[in-house]
Design a protein around this ligand. Structure first.
Ligand code: LLP
Length: 422
């Protein structure tokens, strides 16, 4: 039995398509580099996760940072998602894209600023995930000043090792995140005594792109014991925020998202069974990564010594994951070809050796003018784009029922330079 294709990108008559839309046509209509997302793929993933967690009362608070484009947020809100935000800027995105979702927002992050706390109090968000005692004090003052009660969870650091890239692992004591779980009970006692603070939940997030269930299970087990202790201390803990971090397969290995998510969900549901808490989850990557690709055109090819280079019009400023985390992204030619395979580095025009999408990758020969798709770019692609080398941001299109809708127009140099003064 072949496993289902976890991506909406398939060849139809040798031409790569996204949920029925022809990528060659899209490149001609909208130019390149171009982010292309399938709405159906996002909807499917969301439904998959919701179905898997159906045994528990739960809310998916989509991690806005994964892909913060307004149309994506609106799409997720329409599927019943709340949001996990980490800044006042992300709060503003939710306000503009999905104001009805504001009561389902959780606010994470180690460095919340005063204006961000004020804006979130004003918006009556669901929960502040507090990461330090100093933040707790400030939140209490601001809530009092505004006559509000801030529901909080302490983000506890469970000291669990999650096997992932060191830059995106967060659940060890040496990381900057959260409050050590052994100290949490004391801090909750203080929180309970502070005016304007309602200790309503416990939260945890151990990292990102985690492929096994065990680290999630281990940390949730610790969270459950803490919730029981806190309740015995008289606190009314109603929420468990399990964070995000559930990973995907970036390579060609078989990956059945429904099966893997059901293993994750059944472990968590088992651990939280009978606790009577409302589960919040903060998935980002799992919902959007595989729904998107970055479409790019080959500018030049060249040979330097023994190395063959394919130079594309997309660069590390458009998709930084390979440069930053040595991340692997599959690359497909947009027109299937029987040209011979070739080992090449796929690189962008930016003046850094780190500006590569793939090194020593075997691909059918790519020639100047060809289009290629960098897969699994729906998460941490556009949201991490920069203007490095004074390159404008790519445009974005969303495929809905086979039709492409521009959801971000291509930036102009005037847009890019608009904030600068000479
Ligand atoms: N909640 C919190 C508190 C987080 O810090 C994150 C991600 C998430 C949820 C969502 O995690 P996800 O479900 O997407 O794994 N730029 C990196 C990933 C950074 C993740 C940061 N925090 C990458 O491209 O792999």
């Amino acid at each position: 039995m072949t496993s289902p294709n976890p991506r909406p990108f398939t060849y139809i008559h040798e031409r790569l398509t996204c949920s029925g839309a022809d990528l060659t046509d899209l490149a001609e209509r909208f130019g390149t580099p171009l982010y292309v997302y399938s709405a159906d793929a996002v909807i499917d993933r969301t439904a998959m996760l919701q179905a898997a967690f159906a045994p528990l009362p739960h809310t998916l608070c989509y991690a806005v940072k994964a892909n913060s484009s307004l149309a994506i947020l609106k799409l997720l809100a329409a599927q019943g998602c709340g949001f996990d935000i980490v800044s006042g800027g992300e709060l503003e995105r939710v306000r503009r894209a999905a104001p009805n979702a504001l009561p389902h927002v959780v606010f994470s992050g180690v460095g919340k600023q005063l204006w961000e706390i004020d804006a979130a109090l004003h918006a009556d968000i669901l929960l502040f995930n507090v990461e330090s005692e100093a933040e707790l004090e400030l939140l209490s003052q601001r809530a009092q000043a505004r006559n509000k009660i801030a529901r909080i969870a302490l983000r506890v650091n469970p000291d669990v090792f999650a096997e992932t890239h060191p830059y995106i692992s967060t659940g060890l004591r040496e990381h900057k995140f959260g409050i050590a779980i052994e100290r949490a009970r004391d801090v909750y006692r203080r929180a309970a005594a502070l005016p304007g603070i309602d200790p309503a939940g416990v939260s945890v997030h151990i990292g990102s792109q985690i492929r096994s269930v065990e680290p999630f299970a281990e940390s949730l087990q610790r969270v459950r014991s803490l919730v029981e202790d806190l309740r015995s201390d008289g606190l009314n803990i109603r929420f468990v925020d399990g964070g995000g971090g559930f990973g995907i397969e970036y390579g060609t290995a078989a990956f059945d998202p429904a099966a893997s998510v059901s293993a994750y969900a059944s472990a968590l549901c088992r651990i939280l069974d009978g606790l009577g808490a409302h589960l919040l989850l903060e998935p980002g990557r799992f919902l959007v990564a595989q729904a998107g690709a970055l479409l790019t055109r080959v500018l030049y090819t060249k040979q330097n010594g023994t190395k063959h280079f394919v130079i594309t019009d997309a660069a590390m400023n458009d998709l930084i994951r390979p440069a930053l985390y040595q991340a692997h992204h599959e690359i497909l030619p947009v027109i299937a070809t029987d040209r011979p395979a070739q080992v090449a580095d796929i690189v962008g025009p930016v003046c850094e050796t780190g500006d590569f999408f793939a090194r020593d990758r075997t691909l059918p020969e790519l020639l100047s003018g060809d289009l290629a798709a960098l897969l699994d770019a729906g998460a941490y692609g556009m949201s991490l784009a920069s203007h490095y080398n004074t390159r404008t941001h790519p445009a974005e299109v969303l495929i809905e029922a086979g039709d492409a809708r521009l959801i971000r127009r291509r930036e102009t140099l005037d847009d890019l330079l608009a904030t600068e003064l000479t």
